[in-house]
Design a protein around this ligand. Structure first.
Ligand code: NAP
Length: 554
């Protein structure tokens, strides 16, 4: 018998240090951790003690005998990881998490500001506050009236266990060395200079908020959207609550083969009753109930084996009742390549899952995969009528299989097109920016001048704005630990500039919301959800959120 890690895994590796036999890999610091789709339990080493179950923030681990039928394939997926010969040699010696013991005698308090309140920002705050003997104060600044960033506004509503990752972050709010400033926007309410004057160090963890564009004709037509805007809309993000998506056509097309594409496809094709008990925005649920979409076409420029959606997320989607699967034109994987190039790996398993799903019966709601195809243009007059696709072939260059267009094109009719081709960060006034990659330029998390490469003293980055938009929520935990370690190295080496201004920013931010204000919003939303057995009913407009935040007892 063994324990098994399942779909919800967010890679935060909380389970790794508690495992007495070190059977969970890849762990932070081990090869493959930064890119792994999930963590895996080695069934041959697991002693079935269950220590990992209680520390998993998203309830992703279960003993094999308690797996729900739809999760049983994860037993195979965990085992497969260790059947892959390159993963067979993980060291069974547990790797302890080491933190230095601080013994600074002075009254000096290390003052750190963190901009952003999503996973990378919150993990950084946790790590700073977990240092033994360090006198530290952490102020977190968030432009919205609500904290936790992508957990509230990015994770899909039918992934409630993933949203549970924020339960740990809520503990920050009870730490006397931590303050949160919600409703406080960098560039509007505060500047980078305000922060640099008052703090030894600032960690920028503001995410990658801009969607990449396809750069093809017709992208400006009504009905062409960024998938991220749709995600923000159904999650009740205040910036997108007023957006509208015309769901009256029968077919929608999504460009891109990442997890965002799968999230959007799943939400569009699910029976709305599946979403009724979630925290989906009420207006979005209503629109989905009225939706005519019956087919979503997922267009990937490379093959099924190259798709960046993860096997756990694919497996989750394929188990949603009522969604049939079609593969139009094949997986793009040459015969025999799965066995010879990816034997016993989860790439092979991903392709196998797709093929098995396509062999099942069709359904009134269909998900059609089109691999090895790229969009050339979106057609229509006042609104979208279709999309022109070109067939690609794969050409290996510098060890990477790249998509190269052929002459074969095809136009398919559709009423909606979503681009789900990744994100980029937004420039921050007063800081250098890497325009090409859409990130803050860094060397080992230290923000550096793009030309000279010199570090900007006291300025650090974490999360997507540091490394680009990759990885799942818990991937940020190790990344933020690394950022904090480097910040503390610089503190120890006396490299952090002393704050010049002792005044408290709180006195200059009369409109900021604190932890107590967020608790009032949180409590009101949860109470509103109770009647419908929902985790919460989200309030979406900023004035309404501010109304809930107001302390009427005063
Ligand atoms: P992603 O994983 O980087 O996927 C982007 C997709 O767009 C890839 O298939 C890429 O193809 C394709 N693409 C890029 N440029 C293109 C172009 N010009 N034309 C056609 N296709 C193009 O990005 P994402 O889906 O936005 O996800 C971002 C991160 O968030 C990922 O790490 C993801 O795992 C994570 N996430 C996780 C979850 C979850 O766990 N449930 C949910 C959402 C997001 P190539 O491979 O050929 O470049």
């Amino acid at each position: 018998m063994t324990h098994v890690i399942t779909q919800n895994c967010v890679n935060d590796a909380s389970c790794v240090p508690v495992c007495p036999v070190n059977c969970i890999h890849p762990a932070p610091g081990e090869q493959g951790y930064g890119t792994t789709e999930m963590l895996y339990i080695d069934p041959k080493v697991c002693i079935d003690c269950g220590a990992c179950v209680s520390v998993c923030p998203v309830s992703a681990i279960a003993p094999d005998y308690e797996l729900r039928p739809e999760a049983s394939l994860f037993e195979r997926l965990n085992a497969l990881f260790y059947e892959d010969e390159k993963n067979a040699d993980y060291d069974p010696t547990p790797v302890p998490v080491t933190r230095r013991q601080w013994s600074r005698n002075s009254d000096d308090v290390l003052r750190v500001a963190i901009v952003g309140s999503g996973p990378a920002a919150s993990y950084a705050a946790e790590e700073l506050l977990a240092q033994r003997g360090l006198k530290v104060s952490v102020d977190m600044f968030e432009r919205l009236p609500t904290p936790w960033g992508l957990i509230r506004y990015g994770v899909a509503p039918d992934h409630q266990s993933t949203k549970a990752a924020s339960t740990g972050f809520e503990k920050l709010l009870r730490n006397p060395s931590f303050r949160i400033f919600l409703n406080t926007e960098l560039g509007t309410d505060i500047t980078t200079d305000d922060l640099a004057r008052r703090y030894h160090a600032v960690i920028f963890a503001v995410g990658a908020t801009e969607s990449r564009s396809l750069g093809i004709p017709g992208e400006e037509l009504k009905g062409a959207h960024s998938a991220s805007n749709f995600v923000a809309w159904y999650n009740g993000h205040p910036d997108h609550a007023g957006d509208s998506f015309d769901l009256s056509a029968e077919r929608a097309v999504i460009i891109g083969n990442g997890n965002v594409a799968l999230d959007v496809a799943r939400v569009l094709l699910s029976d709305p009753s599946r979403l009724e008990r979630t925290d989906i925005a009420d207006y979005a649920l209503e629109a989905l109930r009225e939706s005519n979409i019956r087919e979503v076409v997922l267009v990937g420029r490379r093959s099924a084996a190259n798709a960046s959606f993860t096997t756990p997320e694919l497996a989750g989607l394929l188990h949603v009742p009522g969604i049939g699967v079609r593969i139009d034109g094949g997986t793009g994987v040459p015969d025999g390549a799965v066995d010879s190039n990816w034997p016993q790996t989860n790439v092979a398993y991903k392709v196998q899952l797709l093929e098995e799903a396509a062999a099942r019966e069709s359904s009134p709601r269909m998900l059609t995969f089109r691999f090895l195809q790229s969009p050339l243009g979106i057609v229509g007059s006042s609104k979208i009528g279709g999309i022109v696709l070109v067939k690609n072939e794969l050409v290996e260059r510098d060890g990477v299989e790249r998509a190269v267009a052929t002459d074969a094109t095809e136009t398919i009719s559709c009423g909606l097109v979503f681009r789900a081709i990744g994100h980029r960060g937004r420039e921050i006034a007063g800081l250098p920016f890497d325009q090409e990659r859409g990130v803050l330029p860094t060397v080992e998390s230290r923000i550096v001048d793009a030309d000279s490469g010199e570090p900007v003293a006291g300025a650090y980055a974490a999360g997507w704005v540091e490394r680009g938009p990759s990885g799942v929520i818990g991937t940020n935990k190790q990344g933020s630990r690394d950022t904090v370690r480097r910040l503390l190295d610089d503190y120890e080496a006396g490299l952090l500039p002393a704050p010049q201004d002792a005044s408290d920013l709180a006195d200059e931010l009369p409109n900021h919301l604190d932890a107590a204000a967020w608790k009032r919003i949180d409590t009101a939303e949860r109470q509103a959800g109770r009647a419908g057995s929902r985790p919460r009913v989200k309030t979406v407009g900023i004035p309404d959120l501010l109304g809930l935040a107001a302390d009427t007892q005063q």
